[in-house]
Write a protein that binds this ligand. Structure first.
Ligand code: ATP
Ligand code: MG
Length: 401
């Protein structure tokens, strides 16, 4: 995502990926996308986002000599953005475009050592009288005239100069910086994510938010077996996720009373799966209270004893709400790569204890049977335990880091 931007660029062309495929719903998705971009750009002076001729633009006031890099970084985090191009703007006539292209390329020579180029023009507005190949040829000739050191290389140029000719204005740019794609936040319901301090659940949360889902979170701890610092780590991790999905509420719940009851009353090898079923039920309760449509976990088939096919079936049977497990079929290395990419990995691997590691059985059941689990649970007053846990919740406002 890190990209050097030329000094003369002061416009960003923001392309929406799937949003563009939304047919009659397109205006709604575009509005949501633009709203999100505007919100994130509030902290920059002299920067505005708007729609024009079917595209979304971000304009930085040239007078303020804007540094586009932090702006690109913010826009790049908006779900629904497929790519971003820092561009120069010109009036839509050949002479003006030629002049702007020369100015652009003089900068490219100075700042990037460009020696060869190729113009690739396209007409978004077919009423423009000159055809695309002719635009390319004319602008190429203007650049050659204005930048004597440059040569044309149609096969492997240092700079592919894109010229996008539109009705009112035209745009000249070189780079297409990829965004994450996805759909704008708020266009696909709300999910209650079970957020631990590990590698997986922040990535799972990010993946669902990327599809437009608003986020609310629950975190379980076993204080004083788990430390205050461990909880702070989770809050910091949540703040990193919030840089993408916006601020959200995190419900923090002490699971220790439930864990103690399980340890005292149920077979040791069932501890993990029983704890997990309680987590799910508490999460579902909170989800219903806060208008969430589904639960989200970082579970992944076969990763640990509690994530075998049999264990997932028994976990699922504890709730009625759909459980989204976006990482289910991924390999751990790929999850780790994605965690690196989105910036949560380093925080996740900080070594703090997790409530799941408290009372960890020596030989957890990898093939739990639902009837046996239900029998063990019958020894517990599940409803009272869940209600007490929910009643003792603490709610934390998570803000973007
Ligand atoms: P992670 O890296 O996300 O912690 P994991 O591989 O360690 O996952 P588990 O500890 O079995 O796997 O947890 C599976 C899922 O259960 C997690 O991805 C998360 O969604 C949820 N979970 C686990 N521990 C907690 C917790 N302390 N608070 C909230 N959710 C949790
Ligand atoms: Mg974990």
């Amino acid at each position: 995502m890190e990209q050097k931007s030329l000094n003369s660029e002061h416009i960003l062309i923001v392309r929406c990926g799937e949003v563009a495929l939304k047919g009659t719903n397109k205006p709604y998705f575009e509005r949501m996308l633009l709203d999100r971009i505007k919100k994130l750009l509030k902290k920059f002076d002299g920067v505005q986002a708007y729609r024009h001729e079917g595209l979304i633009f971000v304009r930085a006031d040239k007078e303020l000599n804007p540094d586009l890099k932090p702006i690109i970084r913010e826009v790049g985090k908006v779900f629904g953005v497929a790519s971003i191009s820092p561009a120069m703007e010109s009036e839509s006539n050949m002479e003006a475009i030629g002049r702007t292209a020369v100015e652009y390329m003089l900068r490219a020579i100075e700042e990037r050592g460009v020696k060869t180029f190729k113009v690739e023009a396209k007409r978004a507005d077919k009423n423009v009288p000159v055809k695309s190949p002719d635009i390319s040829r004319q602008i190429g000739a203007a650049v050659l005239k204005g930048c004597k050191v440059l040569k044309v290389d149609v096969h492997d140029p240092d700079c592919r100069l894109f010229v996008d000719v539109r009705h009112d204005l035209s745009y000249i740019y070189q780079d297409k910086i990829p965004g994450y794609g996805g759909l704008p936040l708020g266009t696909n319901g709300k999910g209650m994510t079970l957020l631990s301090g590990g590698i997986d659940s922040p990535v799972a949360t990010w993946m669902m938010a990327k599809r437009g889902m608003l986020i609310e979170a629950v975190h379980f701890h076993s204080y004083p077996y788990t430390s205050q610092r461990a909880q702070e780590k989770v809050e910091e991790l949540a703040s990193l996720v919030a840089t993408y999905c916006g601020r959200f509420k995190m419900h923090v719940i002490n699971l220790l009373p439930i864990q103690e009851q399980i340890v005292q009353n149920c077979p040791e090898e069932e501890t993990t799966i029983l704890v997990r079923r309680f987590m799910m039920r508490i999460a579902e309760r909170l989800a219903k209270d806060t208008g969430c449509d589904m639960l989200i976990t970082g579970e992944n088939l076969g990763q640990v004893a509690s994530q075998t096919a049999e264990a997932l079936v028994v976990t699922d049977a504890s709730v009625q709400m759909p459980v989204m497990r976006p990482l289910i079929g991924m390999d751990k290395v790929d999850i780790m790569d994605l965690a690196q990419e989105i910036g949560t990995y380093e925080k996740s691997i900080e070594p703090y204890e997790d409530c799941c590691t408290v009372f960890l059985p020596k030989h957890p059941a990898t093939k739990p049977k639902l009837d046996r689990i239900l029998h063990s649970e019958s020894k517990l007053d599940c409803e009272t335990l869940i209600e007490a846990a929910v009643a003792s919740e603490e709610i934390i406002e998570i803000r973007p880091a």
